[in-house]
Design a binder for this molecule. Structure first.
Ligand SMILES: CC(C)(COP(=O)(O)OP(=O)(O)OC[C@H]1O[C@@H](n2cnc3c(N)ncnc32)[C@H](O)[C@@H]1OP(=O)(O)O)[C@@H](O)C(=O)NCCC(=O)NCCS
Length: 161
């Protein structure tokens, strides 16, 4: 899993995507402290314990470094930054049935804007899966030699003997 680099000073315009989300009735905003359990459990149920742990960390910062996409009181997707390391984007995920509508992209770009507003010129996408998504959505480029990166030697849950 390689890391990717993004130019935070050269991000695409968010307005057309915000208009599309408005049209679809989807709200994309930072999560609130009171929503911590709901969001972390949602991530654990759909993805895994490691991502839930990273999402949880985001709720210990102010501002909370986790964006969520919501419609009709349901979470459709989430995106974190400053979770594994400062200035790292991820984890992120969209409900399977809601993919392909631009939710992943707006969650990514809103997070990258927040990272830029903290004063960073470049952002890092940590341990990517779908590199094509990040290339397309944010012109991200792979960081040579970054695999294995920060997750080398990661503990995983081993079933009891
Ligand atoms: C990756 C993920 C967040 C994308 O969310 P999404 O809402 O389906 O993505 P979007 O609809 O915003 O896609 C934005 C663009 O990226 C493209 N894209 C989406 N997934 C892609 C992929 N896996 N590879 C290449 N391009 C992809 C879309 O076609 C779209 O292109 P367009 O702007 O030309 O229409 C979602 O597929 C997901 O939750 N995957 C499982 C979890 C995961 O892998 N997270 C990332 C870990 S690093």
């Amino acid at each position: 899993m390689q890391d990717m680099l993004v130019k935070l000073y050269d991000l695409p315009d968010l307005h057309p995507m915000e208009q599309k989300m408005d049209h679809l009735g989807i709200v994309v905003r930072p999560a609130l402290a009171a929503e911590k359990s709901i969001v972390v459990n949602w991530v654990r149920e759909r993805f895994d314990e490691g991502w839930a742990s990273e999402a949880e960390i985001c709720f210990s910062y102010q501002p909370i470094s986790c964006f969520i996409a919501i419609k009709d009181q349901c979470i459709l997707g989430f995106a974190c930054y400053d979770a594994a390391y400062r200035n790292f984007f991820g984890p992120t995920g969209v409900e399977v049935s809601e993919r392909g509508q631009g939710i992943g992209k707006i969650l990514l770009l809103k997070s990258l804007v927040a990272m830029r507003e903290q004063g960073y010129a470049y952002g890092i996408i940590g341990g990517v899966g779908p590199a094509g998504f990040y290339e397309k959505a944010a012109n991200a480029t792979l960081i040579e030699g970054s695999d294995p990166g920060i997750y080398r030697g990661l503990l995983s849950i081993v079933p009891p003997i």
